[in-house]
Every structure is written in structure tokens, then in C-alpha cells.
Design a protein around this ligand. Structure first.
Ligand SMILES: *[C@@H]1O[C@H](CO)[C@@H](O)[C@H](O)[C@H]1NC(C)=O
Ligand SMILES: *[C@@H]1O[C@H](CO)[C@@H](O)[C@H](O)[C@H]1NC(C)=O
Ligand SMILES: *[C@@H]1O[C@H](CO)[C@@H](O)[C@H](O)[C@H]1NC(C)=O
Ligand SMILES: *[C@@H]1O[C@H](CO)[C@@H](O)[C@H](O)[C@H]1NC(C)=O
Length: 354
């Protein structure tokens, strides 16, 4: 079996300052022993060693504190987790020799950037999870050879802006999670090459607007998370190219304007969450395409927490509500903010009185 040493100091600069007596070297014999024990028992006997599992498909390695990050990657490693170590940097050659790697989990560290060469040895990588690091950017070319990567999780980092070039090379991406960052805008063309994208999570950012062509690339988007941002308006074009969208999350934004045709392209919507926005009214025709027998909104909709003005401008919505009220969440929190005479009344009661 081929092995490679990753020096402790390169994995964790913090440890470098306290070398006294820390013998972190796992001998080749012990390593093989661990592999052997892990393969028969599924666990390692030593609390400060990484867990190693072997199957016909290859080795899977799980490193969590108090274990020390592993220093040898078997050549047949298909799964590597090095999580919650507060690592600030990864050496560029960390994955050298692990050419079969399919999943890399690095959540709960403090990585601020990555080397552009990091993923070059692992063209078969399918999943990269960087949840909960301190990334402010990615190097251009990081994904140059990542043609198999289908899941990229950058949740809870410190990204304030993205550059489309950071994601160049990804062709098979199905799930992109950028939630929990500080994004204010997105660059045009960001998703242009991601025809296979199924799940896009942009929730918990600071997005005020979206490029109108954001979703022109994906052809099969099924879930779109935009909740907890600062969006003020939704334009007609944004969702038009998404006939397979099933779940649309828009709660906790500042939406005051939704264009009449916004939802017309959504032929299979199962759930719509518009709660806690600034909607006072909606244009005629907005709802007509939703909740029809073939698009039955089976998992419900939520329009609560908006300052609805219950006048004749809502006639269109009233009709739709009455027909679809069994799918409505938080009926009692979906209230009129005006006119004065109807303040506090539920929208459904206002609809019934109409
Ligand atoms: C090996 O890979 C195959 C195909 O990806 C998968 O179905 C199987 O569950 C894997 N076996 C193990 C033990 O992980
Ligand atoms: C990582 O940092 C946190 C917060 O400072 C600390 O509580 C934790 O023990 C650290 N973990 C390791 C493995 O050093
Ligand atoms: C990350 O950024 C720091 C500070 O700019 C730099 O010293 C370091 O070399 C970078 N590391 C990588 C892997 O690019
Ligand atoms: C909503 O209000 C109605 C009428 O006041 C009441 O009967 C019902 O229990 C309330 N539902 C909830 C979930 O609070």
C-alpha cells in the first residue's frame, strides 16, 4: 500500500507552537494495525487516531478531535473527513497520491483560502464540504479538473462577493450551497454552465438584488432557497426558465413588489414561502398559474407576516385563497394591516366577506 506523510506543522500552524513531546507520528505498523482493526470492528481502539474503514471500494478516513489529523493517505482513499480542527491552511499537496478520492469533508476549520492546486490530484471528487470555515475567496482554477463534482457546500463562510471564474470547470454540479455568507450581489453568468443544478441555496446572505439571468443556465432546478436576504423585488424573468421547480423559499426578505408573470413558468411548484416580507398587494394574475390541479402546491404555501392592504386590489388573491385555503400555512398570522376598518382581520376572513 502506498502512503504519504503530511507533516503536522503543515496541517495545523497552531500546533507548531507547542511541539514539546507531542509525538504525532503514526508508525506504518500501527497504521496497518488500525486499518486491520477498523476493517473488522468498524472502530479504532485508540482515541487519538483517526477512524479508518476499508471496503471493496476503498478506504474511508474520519478525523475529528481529539484525534490528530491523519498523516498518511492510503492510495485507495475514497472518503476523507478532517473536521473541527481549526485548521487555518491546507498545503497544496495535501491530496497528492489520493487520486481515487470522491468525498472531501473539511467543515469546522478556519480555512481562509485554498491553494489553486489543491484539487488537481483528485479529478474524481464528487463532494466537497467546506461548511463553517473562514473563506473570503476561492482561487480561480480551483475546480479546473473537477468535472465530477456534484455537491459543493460553502455554507457559513465569509464570502462577501463571488467571481464566476472561481467555479469554472464544474460541469456536473447538482447542489450548490452558498448559504450563511455575506453576499450582497452575485456576478452575471455565475451559473451559466450548470445545466444539471438541482438545488441552489443562497439563504442567509445579504442579497438585495439578483441578476435577472441568474437561472438561465440551470435547466432542472428543483429547490431554490432565497430566504433571509434583503430582496426587495422579484422580476418576471428570474424564475421563467424553471419548469421543474418544486420548492421556492423567499421568506424573510423585504419583498414589496412581485411582477405579475413571476410564477407563470413554474409548472410543478409544490411549496411557496413568501412569509415575512413587505407585500401590501400583488398584481392581478400573479396566482392564476399556481395551485391548479396539475400544479397543485401539495406541500402548501405561506404568505403570513406581510402588511396586506385588504382592498379590491386583492380580489384576485382572495379568489385564489378561498380555492386553496386547505394548503395555507399560518392562516391566523396572515392578516390585513389596512385599511383601518379591517386591520388585524385575517386575509381569509376578508376574502370570505368579499
Ligand atoms: C461501493 O460502491 C458502490 C457503487 O458506488 C455502492 O453501491 C456500494 O454501496 C459501495 N460499497 C461500500 C461498502 O461502500
Ligand atoms: C477550536 O477553537 C474553538 C474556539 O476557540 C475551541 O473551543 C476548540 O477547542 C478548538 N478546537 C481544537 C481542536 O483546537
Ligand atoms: C492564504 O493567504 C495567506 C495570506 O494572504 C497566505 O499567506 C497563504 O499563502 C495563502 N495560502 C494559500 C494556500 O494560498
Ligand atoms: C385561528 O383562529 C380561529 C378563529 O379565531 C381559531 O378557532 C383557531 O383555533 C385558530 N388557529 C390557530 C392555529 O391558532
Amino acid at each position: 500500500m502506498e502512503k504519504r506523510e503530511i507533516t503536522m506543522s503543515s496541517w495545523s500552524p497552531e500546533q507548531r507552537q507547542s511541539p514539546g513531546g507531542l509525538n504525532l507520528h503514526i508508525s506504518r505498523t500501527l497504521f496497518l494495525l488500525l486499518l486491520f482493526v477498523a476493517s473488522i470492528k468498524g472502530v479504532t481502539p485508540k482515541p487519538n487516531a483517526c477512524l479508518l474503514f476499508q471496503s471493496d471500494n476503498g478506504s474511508s478516513i474520519y478525523c475529528h478531535p481529539p484525534a490528530k489529523p491523519i498523516r498518511y493517505l492510503p492510495a485507495d482513499t475514497i472518503y476523507l473527513a478532517v473536521e473541527f480542527f481549526n485548521l487555518t491552511q491546507l498545503p497544496a499537496d495535501t491530496l497528492q497520491g489520493a487520486s481515487k478520492l470522491e468525498e472531501l469533508h473539511l467543515s469546522g476549520n478556519r480555512l481562509e483560502n485554498l491553494s489553486a492546486e489543491l484539487l488537481l490530484p483528485v479529478p474524481g471528487l464528487k463532494v466537497l464540504d467546506l461548511t463553517g470555515n473562514a473563506l473570503t475567496r476561492l482561487p480561480s482554477g480551483l475546480f479546473k479538473v473537477s468535472v465530477s463534482l456534484h455537491t459543493l457546500v460553502l455554507k457559513q463562510n465569509q464570502l462577501e462577493a463571488l467571481e464566476a471564474s472561481w467555479l469554472h470547470g464544474l460541469k456536473a454540479l447538482e447542489h450548490l450551497d452558498l448559504s450563511g455568507n455575506y453576499l450582497r450581489t452575485l456576478p452575471p453568468g455565475l451559473l451559466a454552465n450548470f445545466a444539471a443544478l438541482r438545488i441552489l441555496d443562497l439563504s442567509d446572505n445579504r442579497l438585495e438584488t439578483l441578476p435577472p439571468d441568474l437561472l438561465r443556465g440551470p435547466l432542472h432546478l428543483a429547490r431554490l432557497h432565497l430566504e433571509n436576504n434583503r430582496l426587495r423585488a422579484l422580476g418576471e424573468e428570474l424564475l421563467a426558465p424553471q419548469p421543474e421547480l418544486h420548492y421556492l423559499f423567499l421568506s424573510n426578505n423585504k419583498l414589496a413588489t412581485v411582477a405579475a408573470g413571476t410564477f407563470h413558468g413554474l409548472q410543478q411548484l409544490d411549496m411557496l414561502d413568501l412569509a415575512n416580507n413587505l407585500l401590501t398587494s400583488v398584481p392581478k394574475g400573479l396566482w392564476t398559474s399556481l395551485g391548479q390541479p396539475t400544479r397543485d402546491m401539495k406541500d402548501g404555501f405561506d404568505i403570513s407576516g406581510n402588511p396586506w392592504i385588504c382592498d379590491q386590489n386583492l380580489d384576485d388573491l382572495y379568489q385564489w385563497l378561498v380555492a386553496n385555503k386547505d394548503k395555507m400555512f399560518f392562516l391566523n398570522d396572515t392578516c390585513c394591516a389596512g385599511p383601518e376598518a379591517l386591520k388585524g382581520q385575517t386575509l381569509l376572513a376578508a376574502a370570505g366577506a368579499h
